[in-house]
Design a protein around this ligand. Structure first.
Ligand code: GLA
Length: 395
């Protein structure tokens, strides 16, 4: 557990002050099912987790912004100014909070004072648990709270996505910011990414837990094939639009897709679109099965999702496949799949409580042998979305 008192004294020593900072938190997320469907106007089913980003801040009298991350001590204090928040390569990770503050200002929120801000994240960076959306939303709730902006959640979520798309340059969908901004303890969120209609579904897994398995393969989204996948889906959509009046692949049923798929000229684009359409259908079915308490079918749908991401969307890779395929063979595993963008990052598995130790051991034996290093395991607890921490939360 993260000790808030320790973070507070780190803040005071780094910024050389006796002031007590206010403390905000934004979680990371897992996605139970519905992968690479958000930017295709389909459904996703994510949940916010108890790991995330802590942000501690004290306002300043001037216009300066000073950022420090306990995760990147070597970059030291990164200084910026409210009058110049343009992207700057040299500012490294601090571009995320800078981008968020810039876009809040541009959206008309009055931010006239700077701040000293300390970040600490206990989600692994670049592991597909949305450390970047977590820092964006942590900044959002912090700035809104510190300067009494009362910013509503949906606009904050949308700004976070804009930071990712325009400021950082990753063409990601709305899922991560939404899950982190709207998360609710012990619930996942079924989100229609076209309309932003959503509903909470309680996650009751009886004698099972959700395990998160980090491949520990380093990757960054900006450098990955993420943007390429997105444009392949857009090309497939534009082929289909020659005869269908649809705005997104998410509007298609499986039957409609099968009837019109011949319109998609390129074979690779066809596979990408097939994944988007079938995955959307699987996501809706998954919610239904969960509500009926049919965890076995829920698990199978997770497995089918992984196969589709492996064979049709081609975003898994040997590390994720090794973990997931090993998990499928193990006793007490209801389902397993990659989560997030893929290309490395994390897998999730629903595992029987008393099989967790065997699970870890078996996965790591195979993983070590095949990949050459270890995977890391976390038990997922579904926590609340981004918020200021109260005294009780801080205990
Ligand atoms: C990343 C993106 C999301 C989503 C997933 C894949 O996490 O940020 O918008 O597209 O990949 O489902």
């Amino acid at each position: 557990m993260t000790n808030i008192n320790v973070l507070t004294s780190e803040f005071q020593s780094i910024f050389n002050t006796t002031n007590s900072p206010r403390i905000f938190f934004a979680p990371g997320r897992i996605n139970l099912i519905g992968e690479h469907t958000d930017y295709n106007g389909g459904h996703v089913f994510p949940a916010s987790i108890s790991y995330g980003t802590y942000a501690l801040a004290v306002p300043r009298k001037d216009q300066k912004l000073r950022f420090y991350s306990l995760n990147f001590p070597s970059t030291g204090i990164i200084q910026s100014d409210l009058s110049n928040l343009a992207f700057n390569e040299a500012d490294d990770w601090a571009n995320y909070p800078k981008g968020m503050i810039l876009y809040m200002k541009e959206a008309g929120y009055e931010i006239n004072q700077g701040a000293d801000v300390l970040f600490y994240g206990n989600i692994p960076n670049g592991a597909g648990l949305s450390s970047s959306a977590s820092i964006e939303l942590a900044t959002g709730v912090l700035v809104s709270g510190l300067f009494n902006l009362n910013m509503e959640r949906i606009p904050m979520i949308k700004l976070g996505q804009q930071v990712e798309n325009k400021y950082i340059g990753v063409n990601s969908g709305i899922m991560d910011q939404f899950a982190i901004g709207m998360g609710k303890k012990d619930h996942a969120i079924l989100l229609d990414c076209q309309t932003l209609d959503y509903k909470y579904a309680p996650i009751k897994l009886k004698e099972h837990v959700i395990m998160i398995i980090n491949t520990n393969k380093q990757r960054t989204l900006a450098g990955s094939k993420y943007n390429e996948r997105r444009s392949q889906c857009e090309q497939a959509l534009s082929d289909l639009q020659k005869e269908l009046s649809i705005q997104s692949l998410g509007e298609l049923s499986i039957d409609q897709f099968e009837t019109y798929k011949h319109l998609i000229k390129d074979e690779v684009n066809l596979k990408r679109a097939k994944h988007a359409v079938y995955e959307n259908a699987r996501t809706l079915e998954a919610l239904e099965k969960l509500q009926q308490g049919d965890l076995n079918r829920f698990g199978q749908l997770m497995n089918e999702s992984h196969l589709s991401l492996r064979d049709d969307y081609e975003v898994t890779g040997v590390e994720l496949d090794t973990i997931v395929q090993t998990a499928w063979e193990l006793d007490g595993v209801l389902g397993a799949r990659m989560t997030g963008a893929g290309f490395g990052g994390c897998a999730i598995a629903i595992v029987e409580n008393d099989k967790v130790d065997d699970f870890k051991e078996s996965i790591n034996n195979t993983y070590r042998e095949k990949i050459g290093y270890e995977a890391t395991f976390y038990t997922a607890t579904i926590g609340d979305g981004a918020k200021e921490l109260s005294k009780e939360d801080q205990l």
